[in-house]
Design a protein around this ligand. Structure first.
Ligand SMILES: [Zn+2]
Length: 429
């Protein structure tokens, strides 16, 4: 079989295209496959402007190259001057799309499919070494495919939504990540953490075949901006406050108490030296050293210690078997914190009092943890997933250059969660 005919079959070009020549460039260790259109192409073409089958050959665009799969260890490329067609009806001239063209410029679909398969199994830089391509080009290919797959996703069954803010860089660069809590998948990442991100979410919901009125439950933290965003945009949704967020807000109040106490009391300052991590953890997570430190501190009259035991008590409330029991335990907890804070003239428990008021204000949403079937574990895991994603993207600042960075991040997050087979990697043969 002559090589041109063999490549014609291997490339599965159909009768609109033919392999004109194949050359082995010895110096460059490369196989060049030249492809051109046949007369049959114009019978199949439809005008991209008016969709009529009235296109005739006009001229040719400048020659271009596409990296293709290796042939016997040699890099190969398809070279073609793509034909331009003129519509006999609307008189518009356009360049015909090459059927082998991938989603990133200069790569064939088959090459991309192979590259994606490698990237699924190994770091992008390693895949780049094997393929002899730059990391930047491979990241672009990955983004292009993930974004295309993301656009195709249907959200019509999305009814339980979780949203969480993530700090993209150190400083004030926030993303709000929306997730489908039932399917446990990331839906969307939007820059910012204000109420406006919810409008953006609703717009995407429509674009993906979902509907805001279908959203029944939303799990969020207690930021007023998110609460307003949900109320303004998702009329049928009940708000549920995540245990994770409630506890972490109370933990932040403990930290504030510690700082205040260190500032105002010299004895306490000495006792509390280097204990910052002790109070952030649960006793089960203490190191041996931290446990010994606790033994020394537990009988001292530290306000920080009292605030910490308040936090542990609140966490225990989450073990309540029913919403009714939880309600009374939350109320008791708030009453206890109030009484202690009011009895204390120093005002050191003020942050805890604020936390108790927050629990009182949002009690119905907090109790949603018992009355709704929402699972929040996925949201809690999202932060570590996000950190992993950030690590993955570290050093690729240049690779991301020129992209919509939020979309790229979204792609990265989605690609960490979406198994690749769902991405419909194209096959030519
Ligand atoms: Zn036309």
């Amino acid at each position: 079989m002559i090589p041109e005919k063999m490549f014609q079959q291997l490339l599965a070009l159909g009768d609109g295209w033919r392999v004109k020549s194949t050359d082995y460039l010895k110096k460059e260790q490369k196989v060049v496959i030249r492809v051109e259109e046949t007369a049959a192409l114009w019978k199949q073409e439809r005008c991209p402007h008016c969709n009529r089958p009235t296109v005739r050959g006009y001229d040719h665009a400048p020659e271009r190259k596409w990296r293709h799969l290796n042939v016997c260890q040699l890099q190969s490329e398809i070279v073609s001057a793509l034909p331009r067609g003129e519509c006999q009806e609307c008189r518009k001239v356009y360049t015909v799309r090459a059927p082998w063209e991938g989603r990133s410029r200069g790569l064939t679909q088959e090459f991309e499919a192979f590259a994606l398969t490698l990237m699924r199994e190994m770091p992008v830089s390693k895949a780049g070494e094997i393929l002899g391509e730059t990391d930047q080009k491979l990241w672009r290919t990955l983004f292009a495919h993930v974004e295309a797959a993301w656009k195709e996703l249907s959200w019509e069954n999305v009814v339980w939504v979780g949203a969480d803010e993530m700090n993209r860089k150190k400083g004030h660069n926030y993303l709000t990540v929306f997730a489908d809590l039932a399917a446990k998948r990331v839906l969307l990442a939007v820059e910012g953490k204000d109420a406006g991100v919810w409008e953006h979410f609703v717009a995407q919901l429509f674009a993906h075949n979902g509907h805001p009125k279908a959203i029944r439950q939303v799990a969020i933290d207690m930021s007023p901006a998110y609460i307003k965003g949900v109320q303004d945009n998702l009329a049928n949704a009940d708000i549920v406050f995540d245990p994770f967020h409630v506890v972490s807000q109370v933990a932040r109040a403990v930290e504030e108490v510690r700082r205040k106490e260190v500032r105002t009391d010299a004895t306490a300052r000495e006792q509390l030296e280097k204990t910052c991590w002790l109070w952030r953890k649960n006793p089960a997570g203490w190191t041996e050293k931290e446990s010994r430190r606790w033994e020394q501190l537990k009988d001292k009259p530290l306000v920080t210690g009292l605030a910490y035991s308040m936090r542990l008590e609140l966490q225990k409330t989450y073990a309540s078997g029913s919403a009714a029991l939880a309600r009374s335990r939350f109320k008791n907890w708030c009453a206890w914190v109030r009484a202690e804070a009011e009895a204390m003239t120093s005002g050191l428990l003020e942050p805890m009092l604020q936390a108790a008021k927050m629990v009182e204000r949002h009690l119905e949403g907090i109790l949603g943890h018992w009355t709704r079937e929402l699972t929040t574990a996925f949201l809690e895991g999202l932060n570590s997933l996000f950190s992993a994603t950030k690590r993955k993207a570290r050093g690729y600042a240049t690779a991301l250059f020129g992209f919509n960075r939020t979309a790229s991040f979204q792609s990265l997050i989605a690609s960490s969660k979406l198994p690749f087979p769902r991405l419909a990697i194209p096959r030519l043969t």
